[in-house]
Design a protein around this ligand. Structure first.
Ligand SMILES: NC(=O)c1ccc[n+]([C@@H]2O[C@H](COP(=O)([O-])OP(=O)(O)OC[C@H]3O[C@@H](n4cnc5c(N)ncnc54)[C@H](OP(=O)(O)O)[C@@H]3O)[C@@H](O)[C@H]2O)c1
Length: 337
């Protein structure tokens, strides 16, 4: 029998710009044994998130930076393979922040059981996971859209954005997505029911937004920052809300530019509010229940972009997000070999 090895991806250096292969190192360690009150999991699916790039930087953020030499932080879905914990049994499928590695020890804190009879595991990293919850609470709690209002979403064909636009439609709003490329735009309108989609790569985002939102933007759900944010601010309706969810266009840019035309917030009597989904942890159950109902009755559609690979494929999987090569939730499925 081959002895299992715990392959781990560690941060070797703080990247400048896009992460390079030399910013990572891989180690093979013996699989650890759980102590009393712990359990061992085998990671099956890694959630690949744009925020991972920000966790690699030193400095103030909403979570501590990943230290040089540490296993890269990652959420994932894993199976319990050994347990000395009263609440977790061998065979349980669980969600937690297990890191970019094959095996991890857990004591139950921050770990939740995943019901794969409801939907396949990757969906629990997407629509029924943090992405769906971010869309749900960010749009409804921060954006506060009203029926008939215009909601514009940047990064609209991604994991969070694709859910935001669908919830906006469910709530009786007009949903306009901004995404890279014709194919993504077609998917948003034809498959997800967005009212319109703008391909920012086709140029003149300002003019396209003006054409699609002639009465202004009531809610701008921003995943991207940069040019998209500036264009939306320029068209913000009176009393408009900008939901600051993320700024993926700035994550590889140390200077992290802000909007040049932020005075448009004053002109529009608008607001721009940032949020971190972890602050909604005590309402996750409410959000998942609603998202699962919509998914079940067909009002909400999920799409996962699953790459099959191994821990060593993580660095390239992360770059996929910044190439815009994913549609929907990007997941790295670790081989079962
Ligand atoms: N606030 C919170 O608590 C919270 C929680 C979760 C996620 N987030 C944020 O939500 C946002 C979306 O995350 P996600 O997981 O759903 O990722 P995602 O949208 O599935 O993937 C990233 C997408 O960003 C776009 N992109 C990449 N580089 C870009 C650039 N330079 N300019 C414009 N677009 C670019 C690409 O789409 P195109 O092909 O369309 O360019 C890419 O597919 C991120 O900003 C993330 O940090 C925030």
């Amino acid at each position: 029998m081959v002895t299992p090895v715990n392959t781990q991806c560690r941060l070797a250096a703080r990247p400048v710009g896009l992460a390079k292969p030399t910013d990572w190192t891989f180690t093979d360690q013996a699989v650890p044994n759980p102590a009393d009150g712990e359990f061992l999991v085998r990671v099956e699916y890694l959630s690949i998130d744009p925020a991972m790039r920000t966790w690699m930087n030193a400095g103030r953020s909403y979570v501590p930076p990943v230290e040089i030499g540490a296993v890269m932080r990652a959420a994932g879905i894993a199976r319990v393979v050994e347990s000395r914990h009263a609440d977790f049994a061998v065979g349980d499928e669980v969600y937690g922040v297990f890191g970019v590695q094959r095996y991890a020890l857990a004591d139950g804190r921050g770990v939740t059981r995943v019901d794969t009879t409801l939907a396949p595991a990757p969906v629990h990293l997407g629509v029924l996971g943090i992405s769906g919850l971010t869309a749900y609470f960010g749009l409804l709690d921060i954006g506060r859209p009203e029926p008939g209002q215009t909601v514009v979403i940047s990064g609209a064909a991604g994991s969070v954005g694709s859910v935001v636009g669908q919830i906006a439609r469910i709530k009786g709003c007009r949903a306009i997505g901004i995404a890279g490329g014709e194919e993504k735009c077609r998917w948003l309108v034809d498959e997800l029911g967005f009212d319109a989609a703008i391909d920012y790569k086709a140029g003149d985002l300002h003019a396209q937004l003006k054409a699609h939102a002639p009465n202004g933007v009531d809610v701008f759900f921003d995943n991207v920052g940069g040019e998209a944010l500036e264009a939306a601010l320029a068209r913000l309706a009176r009393g408009g809300r900008v939901v600051l969810c993320g700024a993926v266009s700035q994550y590889n840019n140390a200077a992290g530019g802000g909007p040049a035309n932020y005075m448009q917030l004053l002109v529009a009597r608008g607001s721009m509010t940032g949020f971190v989904i972890f602050d909604y942890a005590d309402r996750y159950a409410e959000g998942v229940a609603q998202l699962a109902t919509w998914l079940g009755n067909g009002e909400l559609r999920s799409r996962e972009d699953v790459i099959a690979g191994d821990v060593t494929d993580f660095p390239d999987a992360l770059l996929t997000l910044f190439r815009g090569a994913n549609t929907g939730k990007l997941v790295l499925a670790l081989s079962t070999e």
